[in-house]
Design a protein. Structure first.
Length: 199
């Protein structure tokens, strides 16, 4: 399969690439790295990405920014960062991409553990993750041409612990291999409208 891999150089993106690259052609996309540059917060940039790549069989997005901070200090603008970037960015990957993904192809988005198992200062991330879960469930029953859509919801990766572990007290880490396999399940399997949890 020919697969667009958005966020290929992040920890989650690398995990997905490691499991899929031997069997599939991956087009790696990042804001400043990869085969093609694109910014999912900008719909025009997403459209240009698809025009450059052309028809594909699947799309994976592991990109998206959110604000971390105390709830009592959160502003509307800080909430909107996650909603506009992580949520609408990935939703636009689907909405624009429906014209470029082959019949029976799929989209796999990425959320995370924080709407299921929250930590302090992560309300913005929890909100974004929950919104993505709602989107794939609702969108799955309306996708044209047999297209599928799922979201992978991983816990904190072991490789990410040095940077983010202090935010996740008591959380069990998940291996990159298990996270990568969740993307294999979504891409090579038949699920749709599912939150694929890696805990």
């Amino acid at each position: 399969m020919k697969i667009i891999m958005i966020g290929a150089e992040g920890d989650i993106g690398r995990a997905a690439c490691a499991e899929l690259s031997e069997r599939h052609e991956l087009i790696k996309v990042g804001r400043s790295s990869g085969d093609i540059h694109a910014d999912i917060s900008d719909r025009a940039s997403i459209e240009e990405m698809y025009r450059k790549v052309g028809k594909v069989d699947a799309v994976i997005s592991t990109a998206g920014s959110v604000h971390f901070g105390s709830l009592t200090d959160f502003t509307e603008e800080q909430f909107m960062l996650g909603l506009q970037n992580k949520v609408m960015g990935q939703i636009n990957v689907v909405l624009v991409g429906m014209n470029y993904v082959s019949d029976g192809g799929s989209f796999t988005l990425t959320s995370g553990v924080l709407d299921r198992d929250p930590v302090k200062q992560a309300t913005g991330a929890a909100t974004a993750n929950g919104a993505l879960a709602g989107f794939v469930k609702g969108a799955s029953i309306e996708m044209p041409r047999g297209l599928r859509v799922n979201v992978v919801s991983p816990g904190l990766l072991e490789v990410s612990k040095p940077r983010y572990g202090s935010f996740f007290p008591g959380h069990e880490m998940v291996s990159s291999e298990r996270v990568g396999l969740a993307y294999v399940k979504s891409i090579e399997g038949a699920l749709t409208g599912q939150v694929i949890i890696v805990a």
